[in-house]
Design a protein around this ligand. Structure first.
Ligand code: LMR
Length: 394
């Protein structure tokens, strides 16, 4: 049996992690995988996470199973964080999942359960694991234009032009904030137009929100997701706690399905619990418990928000520094988009050859489509990157 297997292609982002590790050069700079790093290159355990873990260690009396949907307190705390009061809680079905990837996967499986014929529309480009999971499950998929490679902003006219072909019951995958891989995001007016299109066509938004708090702030980054939830009868939301709580390896995510009324909400809730049972039974609990402990405690929550805000401000500063350094070196404003982008990533717009050249000559690691993780920089490496970008003629 096993002799029938062929090697699968490596995930490009994760393959880059290994290449970076294997590079002996001391001057190497890692702008690859989407993991936050501080100025010392460390991915710290957040203060509030440490404190919550200490509390759990002291107070937890059992490791018996939770429920198939995970701890309801986690779903409730996360629903409030993401959706605030944009939608009646009685319409929201939710299950804990192993990370944001688990939520994406369960959301797609839910969609297949509801209607095998509907198509999911993904932005071009998007996080490469989106199309990978979609193809793996055999879900019909189409792309819509998203990124304008000239301006490095959103090609909104192209996006709306492509989405005019969506059918009622199709899903449209949208990044709630901090678009991965581009860093280019919808404005409030553009979100309004997307809502209008979805209302008119009867297509359903599938929002992947993995970076809330990394863009313009926790509340601001929830704007598009909350707007959609407040206006539309149905919606799927896949959320990750990996980045904004820094609990990457704990696999902490939530899938929410907003139904038009309570009866279909109950069916969605039962289906989500069933899907968890088929795939892994009970979702991981530790990270979810840490997140709930933080969100439900005023002091821990304030400290978490303060640290998250420092992380966000640090990335914005690096963006400005890099844009300024490139302004000086190129005598032009062509890289100002880096300061306008939000979140962990920016797509630089380099060719694949230039990406390889930066890696080979300057030991700078970015994803092949020239996605850079801004958090991989610090004050000392910004000028080195700016020099390399100028030298390769991006
Ligand atoms: C990324 O895009 O780099 C992160 O979401 C990590 C991953 O799993 O790909």
């Amino acid at each position: 049996m096993l002799t029938n297997l062929k090697p699968q292609p490596a995930d490009k982002i994760l393959a880059l992690v290994q290449m970076y590790k294997d590079d002996p050069r001391e001057t190497k700079i890692d702008l690859g995988v989407g993991v936050y790093k501080n100025a010392e290159g460390v991915t710290p355990v957040m203060r509030a996470v440490k404190a919550a873990e200490r509390r759990i260690l002291e107070s937890q009396e059992t490791k018996a199973y939770t429920s198939l949907a995970g701890d309801p307190a986690f779903s409730s705390a996360m629903r409030k964080l993401i959706l605030a009061d944009s939608v009646d809680a009685g319409r929201v079905a939710a299950v804990a999942t192993p990370g944001g990837t688990g939520a994406v996967r369960q959301g797609l499986e839910l969609m297949q359960y509801a209607d095998r014929a509907s198509t999911i529309w993904i932005s071009n480009p998007t996080w490469p694991n989106h199309p990978s999971i979609i193809k793996y499950l055999g879900v019909p998929m189409r792309e819509y234009r998203y990124f304008d490679s000239e301006t490095r902003g959103v090609d909104f006219a192209g996006m709306m032009d492509d989405l005019k072909d969506v059918k009622s019951g199709d899903l449209v995958l949208l990044h709630g904030c901090c678009h991965n891989p581009t860093g280019a995001n919808l404005t409030a007016e553009q979100w309004d137009a997307v809502v209008e299109l979805l209302e008119r066509t009867g297509a359903v938004p599938f929002v992947d929100i993995a970076y809330q708090g990394f863009g313009d702030g926790l509340e601001e980054d929830g704007y598009g997701t909350r707007l959609l939830a407040s206006k539309l009868p149905e919606m799927i939301i896949a959320a990750s706690c990996s980045k904004n709580f820094g609990v990457y390896r704990e696999r902490t995510g939530l899938l929410m399905a907003i139904a038009p009324e309570e009866k279909s909400k109950a069916s969605a809730q039962a289906t989500l619990a069933f899907l968890n049972r088929q795939n892994y039974s009970f979702p991981p609990d530790h990270g979810a418990r840490v997140v709930t402990t933080i969100l439900d405690d005023a002091e821990l929550r304030a400290d978490w928000q303060a640290e998250l805000e420092d992380v966000r401000a640090g990335m914005l500063k690096l963006r400005t520094q890099l844009a300024d350094a490139l302004r000086q070196r190129t005598n032009s404003d062509q890289f100002d988009f880096i300061a306008d982008h939000r979140g962990m990533f920016s797509r630089l717009g380099a060719t694949p050859e230039q990406v390889v050249e930066m890696r080979e000559k300057f030991a700078i690691y970015m994803v092949g489509d020239s996605r850079m993780n801004i958090a991989g920089l610090n004050e000392a490496t910004v000028p080195i990157l700016a020099d390399a970008i100028a030298a390769t003629g991006v």
